[in-house]
Design a binder for this molecule. Structure first.
Ligand code: PMP
Length: 308
């Protein structure tokens, strides 16, 4: 991991190596935290700029509310702190990790007496599934683990403890020779990757699981839906059967960490020609243009870092 100089913790800028918590921090024991993954790009039009910043902050606040965590800072304070942190670390492009967690003070499962702490870290981080994966596609398997369901947790929240589900699937996929896992829901329909939403292309139509499925409503999912519609593609949000993954012409996933990564194989079935397809490449190119500030149409999605 590429350390930066400073981390923001509860309103203070502290040195990276001093950004520590007590071992009895509540969130460390019970997963009582919510977080975001955001990216800042060194854009051609606006210099360093955060992609869909306000949407990520909104989702952070929603996740916190869903887990009964009163935010001790306003949306504006979190936004300003993030922009200042990027500037003070002298970064032009980075991954951004805001974390809201139950801190040190009480133990036991009733968390409401524990403080709510907030930290924001930024560091340089390449694509989650690798540059090679972004270009040529990755190999995925359907996980033997089902995606968390809404009758036991909250799939729409980005909450720390919930990621044990993704982690089991991720480890299984790596240990069995794949780069990524695809999780089904308890009915057997396709949900998402360990940290990405999924899109299936067949006969020129793009299909993705609906927001009412047990998925995280990805911010890049909504960006890529809009981009695909603007390019003239038909997008349908509906349940996807497992076999549709094997029968489709193209498959790709989206997420802040993975950006838009094609999937070239699922459970040893080659997808299409085994190379990223025409629709994937068209959407990926337009999406990359939006991320890197080469697109006037999506210029509003970028929140520039003020000069320091
Ligand atoms: N699903 C899960 C489980 C995730 O962790 C992520 C990453 N935040 C996504 C989907 C994609 O969301 P986004 O596009 O907002 O990064």
């Amino acid at each position: 991991m590429d350390a930066a100089d400073l981390i923001w913790m509860n309103g203070e800028f502290v040195a990276w190596e001093d950004a520590k918590v007590h071992v009895l921090t509540h969130g460390l024991h019970y997963g009582t935290g919510v977080f975001e993954g955001v990216r800042c790009y060194d854009t051609e039009s606006k210099g360093p700029a955060v992609f869909r910043h306000e949407d990520h902050i909104d989702r952070l606040f929603t996740s916190a509310e869903l887990y009964y965590m009163p935010m001790p800072f306003s949306r504006e304070q979190v936004r300003d702190a993030t922009l200042e942190l990027i500037g003070r670390n002298g970064l032009r492009s980075c991954y951004i990790r805001p974390l809201v967690y139950r801190g040190y003070g009480t133990m036991g499962l009733f968390p409401l007496d524990a403080p709510v702490d907030v930290a924001i870290a930024v560091w340089e981080w390449g694509s989650y599934l690798g540059d090679e994966g972004k270009k040529n596609g990755v190999r995925a398997r359907v996980s033997s683990w089902r995606r968390i369901s809404s009758d036991s947790l909250i799939p729409q929240a980005k909450a720390s403890g919930q990621y044990l589900n993704s982690i089991l699937a991720k480890i299984e996929s790596h240990q069995t020779g794949y780069e990524e896992a695809i999780l089904l829901d308890e009915r057997g329909f396709v949900c998402e990757g360990t940290g990405e939403n999924l899109f299936v292309v067949r006969d020129g139509v793009i299909v993705t699981p609906p927001i009412t499925a047990s998925i995280l409503g990805g911010i890049n999912r909504s960006a890529v839906i809009q981009i695909a519609r603007d390019l003239g593609y038909e997008i349908v949000e509906r349940d996807i059967a497992r076999a549709e993954l094997y029968l489709c012409d193209e498959l790709y996933c989206t997420g802040t960490a993975a950006e838009l990564t094609p999937i070239r194989e699922v459970d040893d079935h080659t997808i299409g020609s085994g190379r990223p397809g025409e629709v994937t490449l068209a959407v990926q190119t337009a999406f990359e243009d939006a991320l890197h500030g080469r697109s006037d149409r999506y210029a509003d999605w970028l929140d520039p870092v003020p000069a320091h």
